[in-house]
Design a protein. Structure first.
Length: 262
């Protein structure tokens, strides 16, 4: 467990059942998926930013976990602004590049939408321990134990990828084959990591079967997974943010139901 993981899992939000975090994320993001407008996304994002300080993450930890979202959201907006379907006043029209009033509005809405959907997901699940998640899936949602334990084992193995990558890199450097051709080196190491992961997964699967993880019996759980008032409050908070975003978009007349008739 890294230092960031240790900090993320000591706050009040970390003690909330991971199933409630799944539910809160679902009810929050569903309205944002069904519409594409700047008002609803901006409203949801503003409310989320007000609540992030209570998630138990320090600012340094918050930026360390979410910087990729802040980077990719503007890049997505840039692509839509340059190559989106033109409408309204056209500002630039050159070859495949069409910058218009409509494409700029769509780009802004898309950027805010990506931020409003991705940021709460990253922040909430930064406080999730894989074992707690497996306990919640098995005890609260009553998912099959075989599926839950397999998913838990896979999540536990993800952290080993970084160590394996570093070991492969050091081994190739020791043999003098990692000084040139960055793309070729990356592809070679990626293939080696894939082979190593498949072998490790096969061994882990055999070991789990040998220890009875796949037995067709009712499984017992070492730790209870409570689901109480705090969990329902988190889900209600997500629903309240979603309702406020929808209400703001409808009031502003910008609600754009993407599944409706064009």
């Amino acid at each position: 467990m890294t230092l960031l993981d240790a900090h993320a899992r000591t706050g009040r939000v970390a003690r909330i059942n991971p199933v409630a975090k799944l539910g809160a994320t679902a009810v929050l993001t569903l309205p944002l998926v069904l519409t594409l407008d700047a008002v609803s996304a901006a409203t949801a994002l503003a409310l989320e930013l007000m609540l992030f300080p209570f998630a138990g993450l320090g600012w340094r930890e918050f930026w360390a976990r979410t910087w990729i979202v802040w980077l990719l959201a503007p890049l997505t907006a840039l692509t839509i602004a340059l190559y989106g379907e033109p409408s309204g006043t056209v500002y630039v029209d050159w070859l495949l590049v069409h910058v218009s009033e409509g494409s700029l509005q769509l780009a802004l809405a898309t950027m805010l939408r990506v931020l409003a959907i991705a940021l709460p997901s990253v922040v909430l699940f930064a406080t999730v321990d894989p074992t707690d998640l497996a306990d919640g899936l098995g005890q609260v949602l009553r998912l099959p134990a075989r599926f839950v334990m397999g998913g838990l084992a896979a999540l536990r193995m993800v952290g080993l990828f970084v160590d394996d990558w570093r070991a492969l890199e050091l081994a190739r450097r020791a043999r003098g084959v990692a000084d040139r051709g960055r793309l070729r080196r990356f592809l070679g190491m990626a293939f080696a990591l894939l082979v190593l992961s498949i072998r490790r997964g096969s061994k882990l699967s055999t070991a789990m079967e040998a220890r009875g993880f796949g037995a067709p019996v009712v499984r017992t759980w070492a730790r209870p997974s409570p689901f109480g008032a705090a969990e329902w409050m988190l889900i209600a908070l997500g629903a309240a943010i979603a309702a406020a975003a929808v209400a703001a978009a409808v009031w502003a007349g910008s609600w754009n139901f993407i599944l409706g008739p064009s």
